[in-house]
Design a protein around this ligand. Structure first.
Ligand code: ADP
Length: 160
């Protein structure tokens, strides 16, 4: 079994994330999308909502599963029998952040490879934080995040 993990905050999942999931899933027997429970950054959308949103928009991809995880990614990946961590790259800025993370993870678990997938150009500028900010101001997010999730994203990002 070739198992890959795609970890992230997914606060919320965007069209850029979904593109990586769609392109990575045929390359592996199983792709586990792992929603990171960050100890110091609670984020905006509740974690179960983020995971549920990804589940709904990946329902047509039978080898994709979604979980929440906490703790060290290398430990989590090993516990799931994963050989590969997938990360998406949008820019040189992403690379500067991601390369040391990949080196740190390989120091923790040599048998796990980090594979970088370049974003498709039409999604290169999309970030979850932009989606949240535009949604909070009532702007159009239909080109940024899955349409099926839009009402929920507006509701979750509405200023309290
Ligand atoms: P994190 O807090 O772990 O960076 P994110 O949810 O922001 O979590 O991103 C998860 C992964 O998806 C990261 O590898 C990130 O580079 C990638 N990613 C985010 N947005 C895009 C996009 N528009 N296109 C491709 N990959 C993306």
């Amino acid at each position: 079994m070739r198992i890959a993990i795609f970890p992230g905050s997914f606060d919320p999942v965007t069209n850029g994330h979904l593109d990586i999931i769609r392109r990575a899933s045929p390359l592996f027997d199983r792709l586990l999308v792992a929603v990171l429970v960050h100890p110091t950054k609670p984020g905006t959308l509740p974690l179960p909502t983020r995971a549920d949103m990804i589940r709904r928009v990946t329902a047509g991809l039978p080898n994709v599963d979604v979980e929440q995880f906490t703790g060290l990614l290398a430990t989590y990946a090993a516990s799931r029998g994963a050989q590969v961590i997938i990360r998406g790259l949008r820019s040189a800025g992403d690379f500067a952040y991601e390369a040391p993370m990949a080196w740190l993870n390989s120091g923790l678990a040599k048998e796990i490879e980090t594979l970088f997938m370049l974003t498709s150009p039409q999604y290169a500028y999309i970030t979850s934080s932009a989606v949240r900010e535009i949604a909070a101001l009532g702007g159009d997010i239909s080109h940024l995040a899955p349409k099926a999730l839009q009402n929920e994203i507006y509701a979750a990002c509405k200023p309290k």
